[in-house]
Write a protein that binds this ligand. Sequence first.
Ligand code: NAP
Length: 498
Amino acid sequence: MICVLIGRGRHSSAIDEWEAAAAAGAELVEVRADCLRRDPDLKRLLAQRFTPLVFTMRRSIDGGLYRGDEEKRQRLIREAIVLGVDYVDLEMDIAAKIPRFGKTKRIISYHNLKRAPEDLADIHAKCAELNPDIIKIAVNASSLADVSRVLKIAAESKIPTIAIAMGELGAFTRVLGAKYGAPFTYAGFNPERNFAPGMPMFMTLKKGYQYDLIDKETETYAVIGDPIGHSLSPAVHNAAFRHVGINKVYVPIQVPAGRLKESLEELAWLNIRGYSVTIPHKEAIIPLLSKADGAVERIGSCNTVVLQGDEKIGHNTDYRAAMDSLEEALGGPGATEDVSPLLNKQVLILGAGGVARAIASGLSRRGAGVIITNRTDQRATELAQEVGARTVAWSARAGTSHDILINCTPVGMHPDVDDTPMPPAGYKQGAIVFDTVYHPENTMFLKLARERGCTTITGVDMFVRQAALQFQMFTGRDAPVDLMREVVKRQLGPHRDY
Ligand code: NAP
C-alpha cells in the first residue's frame, strides 16, 4: 500500500488535497498536522475521512515543522487517538508516554536526519519493546553500505517495518520495502512540496512501479550509474514487465564513481538478476564480469549485465541497437555481417567518445568506410587508429562527403535544443542521418536533415531498441516495443506523469 503524505499550512488546503488524493486512488493518507500554520482543529480536520489516516505531528528535530510546546503536542496526539485515527506516529522517545487506546494502530518511529547509526539494529529492537503495530526507521544514508543495512533491518524484522534510507542513494528502499515486508511506503502528492529527499510521487509508485504488485516473490533489476535520478529506464522496464505480466521490478541505484565493486558486494544480498549499466561504470564493470560477449570485448564498454546463477554476463545493447537501426534504414540486415547493407557505405561520425567508439567499431566490422571528426583532434586520431577509420578536422566536417552521418556528441540535447553539431551546409541530399541524442527526439540536427531530404534515425529509436534487447535478456521474452516507445515519448514530453 502507498501512504500519501499531505502537509499543508491551511486546514482547508489539507482537506482538499486529502480528497484529491483519495480520488486519485490513494488508500492511506498521512496528514502532517505539524505543517498547519494554526493549532490543529482535529474535529474539523477529521470531519470527513476520505481514506484511512495516519496522524503525525512531527517535531523539528525529526524533520518536521512543529516548534511549540512538547506537552501540547503530546496532548494533541492523544486527542487524535481518542477521535479514532487509524494510525498514529509516535517517536520512540515519547511512545511509552502515550498508551494504546481503541483501534488506533501505533507506528513507533525513529528518525535521524544526519546519519545511519551503527546501532540501528538495537534501535529497532528498542522500538519493538514499545508496543508497536509498525516500526518506522528513516535515516540519512551516506553510502550504499548504509542503505543496505537499513533495508536489511526491515527484511529481518518479525514486526512489520518500514525502513527508509533518505536521500538519492536510498531512494530505491522506498520501492523495495514492499518486497521486504513493509506494510506501506510513503509518497508525495503535491509536486510543489517535497517532504523528504528521495521520496517519490504517488503516481510514480502507483503507475510507474505498480507498487501494489510488488511482493516477496518479485525479482529485482536495476540501473546503476551516477547521476541516475533522471534515467528513463525504470519507467520503460517496469511498464514492460507489468505489460507482459511478469513479477519483476526495476529500480535506479546511484552508484558513485570509484565505488562500483564495493557497491555490488554490498547489494549482493538483494539478489538483483540483471543490471543496466550507465555512465560512469560502462568500462569499470568489465573486470567484474564472469563472461562478456564479443561486442563488450571489442568495444571495451558494457551496458547490460545478466545474472546466470552467480555468474555476471556482460553485453552491449547500445552497439547492437545502433547497428540494427542503421541496417533497417538501409533495407534490413544482410545474411551475415560480411554482407551487411553497411558494406562500403561512407559514414561520417561526429564525436569520439564511448558511443562513437561502439558505433565506429560495429561499422568497421561491417565493411563501412568510417570517417571520424571530433572537437578534440587527438581523440579522433586515437579512435580512428583503434577501429581502422580515417579522420577529418572538425572545421572541415561540413565539406566531407558521406552516405550516412551520425551525431555521437551531446550537442542539441535539452536544454540546448537550438544547437546542432553540423551546420546546414553539411547535409547531403538522400543521406541517412542518425542522432544518438534522444532528449528531445526531434533535435535541430534531425530537423535540418529532414529539410534537406535525408532519411532520419532518432536517438529514441536507438534507446528503445537497446532497452528492448535488455528486456529480452532479462526475461527471455520478446519486448513490447510499441509500449516501451510510448513510455519513452511520454517521459520526454511535457506531460511526464511518472
Ligand atoms: P562521451 O564519451 O562523453 O563523448 C562525448 C563526445 O562528444 C566527445 O567526442 C566530445 O568531444 C564531444 N562533445 C561534447 N561536447 C561537445 C561540444 N559542445 N561540441 C562538440 N563536441 C562535443 O559521451 P558518450 O557516452 O559517447 O555519449 C554521447 C551521446 O550519446 C550522449 O549525448 C547521449 O545522449 C547519447 N547516447 C544515446 C543513447 C541512446 O540510446 N540513444 C545511448 C547512449 C548515449 P571531446 O572529445 O572534444 O570532448
